[in-house]
Design a protein around this ligand. Sequence first.
Ligand code: GDP
Ligand code: GDP
Length: 480
Amino acid sequence: MSTVSFKPVVSLVGRPNVGKSTLFNRLTRSRAALVADYAGLTRDRHYGEGRVGDIPFLVVDTGGFEPVAKSGILMEMARQTSLAISESDVVIFLVDARAGVNAHDHEIARLLRKTRAHVFLAVNKAEGMNHGVATADFHELGLGEPYAISSAHGDGVVDLIETALAEVLAKNQPVEQLAHRDDEQADEAELSDEQIAEVLAAPDTAEDKAEAEPEEFTDHRLKLAIVGRPNVGKSTLINTLLGEERVIAFDMPGTTRDAIEIEFERNGRLYTLIDTAGLRKRGKVFESIEKFSVIKTLQAIEASNVVVLMLDAQSEISEQDAHIAGFVLETGRALVVAINKWDGLDRDKRDWIEREFERKLRFLSFAKMHTISALKGGGITQLMRSVHEAHAAAFAKLSTPKLTRELHAAVEQQQPPRKGIFRPKMRYAHQGGQNPPLIVIHGNALDAIPESYRRYLESRMRAAFKLDGTPLRIEFKSSK
Ligand code: GDP
Ligand code: GDP
């Protein structure tokens, strides 16, 4: 009962220039399109979600982990990359059909043969080549039958992924889906002008009840992941949260891809903590027995619906902090930021740090930010209040009448700009998903709506529906 199955992880490895990021983009394309660009964030494109059919998996481009070190490929493959490989369900090792086998390929192959990873050898850039010819040289890497693919054109990519994941997926039950979309409903919901008039005239309460609630919109359990780079104070916070509270259930994970879920009650509320650090109970406290792992962090974020991103007030915001924040944004999870180790800082320093963190984290402006002391217990009550707000916002039900009225009010106050002879006309809005909330706006010529206007609508909707703590997605659907 209290374990959760993580999504399978596919790592892409290979020397520079073989096509890892091209393959990464192909595998994660649909997802990337949903993500807005956030000013101030160097978008992290090294982790993403892909899909085979309906089955989601995580993709990690190990090429992005570390800059090419002076000491060459071995350095580059080191540390987090090796860790990523050892924690992956599947490793896709890319080589270049046009360049042939080289010494670096041999080096990587040697490392991979030593791991227990499930390795698939992909001979990339094979478009227009005879497969036998393209792959012939690469048998000598000793990693089984090579697959000829073209990341740029897509040849063989789906087959490769399906084959690679078949074994993993057969062994596991379907992966739990937390983000919900309802595209079919969006199409069915196309309303006539008369219906929109009716919707606008309807009193809130009556219409709210009449609003259909799709069945997928139901799992409201608060699943919390506490993430951050090593030493920010995650285990300390977890112990502060759990130490004084009633732990209801706590199980050891069954397989490597199961995470521990710890159910606990605090101030009368139920929480499920998704463990990122391999917590073990030792006496009265939980102890982290594993080193920080990017993959576990990603998986825990995926399995949660609210994330607490922990930062250390006593050190600078690092690239690793930004990476983790980037992944939270990408998944669309609700988010609360906790700036830890607030104890022992004098007033001047506090003011400065607060301003500095707010400035650097502008791209997380939808999230509440709290200063806390995990060690001394300061600020935790307020933090957990924001966790609840964020959860409620992520699963808010937005009724079509209220959304449509708000949309019309927003347009009345500020019209979208004309583009050529077209003025976009927004007719009505309805909810297309939760966690994060998705608002689908219907009308004509909506392709012409600029990003700045989309942001204006977002902030109107955010304020009207009190959507603090969750990303909000807005999609435009033009009728034919
Ligand atoms: P990475 O360094 O391994 O991430 O490699 P990139 O994805 O950046 O690709 C390196 C170069 O190879 C780029 O110029 C790509 O356009 C090119 N490339 C990637 N995949 C293919 C492919 O399937 N066919 C061809 N012809 N070129 C490719
Ligand atoms: P983790 O790696 O993120 O789990 O970090 P830990 O919880 O192991 O904490 C790392 C170090 O920071 C430990 O020495 C903690 O005692 C210390 N620490 C954690 N929280 C606080 C805090 O609120 N204030 C201070 N001063 N130190 C803290």
